[in-house]
Design a protein around this ligand. Structure first.
Ligand code: FE2
Length: 196
């Protein structure tokens, strides 16, 4: 469950950047919880994917705060207001050994659908912020936000591939389990490149 909405009724650069930081906090909560979600299901490739996004987006979160302080000379107020709860309540008292095939299958489908919805919304929100900054005459700030749009666009491209393959395989558990090692190794390697 994601209870979070970016405020689109923003009129200053400060408000827009504060909203971006707030969305980045929600995204970190999302990816951190999704890493646990897939770890609990013993799907280590998907766990690594979300762990990679968690660390990569942590670096971007730091970059955003740094950018604002160094280009506007001011601190951004913390504005996070929302609730992110990706782990179903029933899992909190269960043991991963008792999770059956159909529960796993549905969890994979639900998890990826929510992931796709979150990133699509994020892309649309950042695109609108970049457009607004441009309209207000803040070109450099708009270029910074363009970079965020580019990041999420790339994330969506990789995500689309995974989802399309899952659809082609009919969310078959044998396919899902067999695809974990390659994903695990790919993201494990990519984690080492963050911040370089
Ligand atoms: Fe993300």
């Amino acid at each position: 469950m994601i209870q979070f909405k970016s405020n689109m009724d923003t009129n200053t650069v400060e408000e827009i950047f504060s909203q971006i930081k707030s969305r980045q906090i929600a995204a970190l909560m999302f990816h951190g919880q999704m890493a646990d979600y897939f770890d609990f299901l013993s799907l280590h490739g998907y766990k690594r994917l979300h762990e990679y996004q968690y660390f990569d987006e942590s670096a971007t979160f730091r970059k955003t705060g740094r950018y604002y302080i160094n280009h506007h000379g001011k601190l951004l107020p913390e504005a996070f207001d929302g609730d992110i709860r990706m782990i179903p309540d029933a899992w909190l008292t269960a043991n991963r050994m008792s999770v059956g095939k159909s529960t796993k299958q549905k969890a994979v489908e639900d998890g990826f659908n929510q992931y796709h919805e979150w990133e699509s919304d994020t892309k649309a929100v950042y695109e609108r912020y970049a457009m607004k900054l441009r309209q207000m005459g803040h070109e450099a700030d708009a270029i910074f936000v363009d970079g965020l749009v580019e990041d999420v666009d790339h994330e969506l491209k990789c995500l689309d591939r995974i989802i399309l393959d899952l659809i082609s395989a009919g969310y078959d558990m044998v396919y899902i389990v067999e695809s974990q090692k390659a994903l695990h190794d790919k993201y494990k390697k990519m984690i080492k490149e963050i911040g370089r």
